[in-house]
Design a protein around this ligand. Structure first.
Ligand code: C2E
Ligand code: CA
Ligand code: CA
Ligand code: CA
Length: 278
């Protein structure tokens, strides 16, 4: 029995060590990725009810030299926990502004909005507002083309700081949307106090909106709520035409999901826009 316990101990030790090794390897690689700018932004189209492209959500990918193209699920958590999300987030914003500048006076692309995911750590930085305003100024872009996606986890954190920063940016034209709406704990009074222009219904509700009565109720309620507060409601994760129709019939006006278009490289997104809006 002593031998078995000993074996178990060494097995556990081995698992712990290899887990730590894996994590430090990720850490080392991620730091190199930031230095060498190994990231790519994919564009997932957002369409209105008439099938016109109104913009895109930017989703980060990591072109890892050995492991290939990695989805955010493979590294964003680590980036958040170590603070590496700060330089990564700055890179994303810089790229976004540069793209908006390139599109600025283009008749086909000039009106598109780009939505960027902002992590809690990033938003909490005291320099956040100044950085965004500096970015807009430096690139000479129309602030209204920039949309920042926040999640509900931010809300419970520090309402005062949140409201102050959001208001300062909204005054310059920047728009905010509440991502993954319905999965967090934000109350209606919170919602009412924040200068949000859009609610994004979380994919988990859209996924079974036609098969689960609770999801259906939640989706209907969120749409009505958004409408009554003067916010645009966008559904994410729309995969079937039946889902899209249900959403549209209930007053949802914007759609994002595999049905409309998968996240894609910029060149493909340009073609996509030309095909839909041209
Ligand atoms: P999210 O903001 O909820 O992004 C939507 C995710 O759903 C994306 O996964 C997208 O590829 C996926 N998706 C879109 N449409 C569909 C659909 O119809 N069906 C299904 N099954 N999935 C769909 P992705 O690209 O893997 O991103 C995952 C998460 O990583 C994002 O969730 C976001 O929280 C985070 N993320 C992505 N890019 C960034 C970034 O630049 N900065 C930060 N801080 N987080 C990011
Ligand atoms: Ca998002
Ligand atoms: Ca989302
Ligand atoms: Ca989601």
């Amino acid at each position: 029995q002593g031998v078995a316990a000993m074996a178990l101990f060494f097995l556990l030790l081995h698992i712990l060590q290899s887990d730590t090794a894996e994590r430090s390897e990720l850490d080392r690689d991620l730091r190199a990725a930031i230095r060498e700018q190994q990231f790519v932004l994919y564009y997932q189209p957002q369409l209105n009810g008439a099938g016109r492209v109104i913009g895109a959500e930017l989703l980060i990918r990591w072109q890892h030299p050995q492991r290939g193209l990695l989805a955010p699920g493979e590294f964003i958590d680590h980036a958040e926990n170590t603070g590496l999300i700060i330089p990564i987030g700055q890179w994303v914003l810089e790229q976004t502004a540069a793209q908006l500048r390139r599109w600025k006076d283009d008749p086909l692309f000039g009106d598109l909005g780009l939505a960027v995911n902002i992590s809690q750590k990033q938003f909490s930085q005291s320099s956040f507002v100044a950085e965004i305003l500096g970015l807009i100024e430096r690139h000479g872009i129309d602030a209204r083309r920039l949309e920042l996606e926040l999640t509900e986890t931010l809300i419970v954190h520090d309402m005062e700081d949140l409201t102050r920063k959001m208001t300062a940016l909204v005054e310059h034209g920047v728009r905010f949307s509440l991502d993954d709406f319905g999965t967090g704990f934000s109350s209606l009074s919170h919602l009412k106090r924040l200068p949000l222009s859009k609610l994004k219904i979380d994919r988990s509700f859209i996924c079974d909106v036609l098969t689960d009565a609770n999801s259906e109720t939640i989706v209907r309620t969120v749409i009505a709520l958004g409408q009554s507060m003067g916010m645009t409601v966008i559904a994410e994760g729309v995969e079937t035409e039946a889902q899209r129709r249900f959403l549209a019939d209930n007053g949802c006006t914007q759609f994002q999901g595999y049905l409309l278009g998968r996240p894609m490289p910029l060149a493909d997104f340009s073609t996509f826009v030309q095909r839909h809006n041209g």
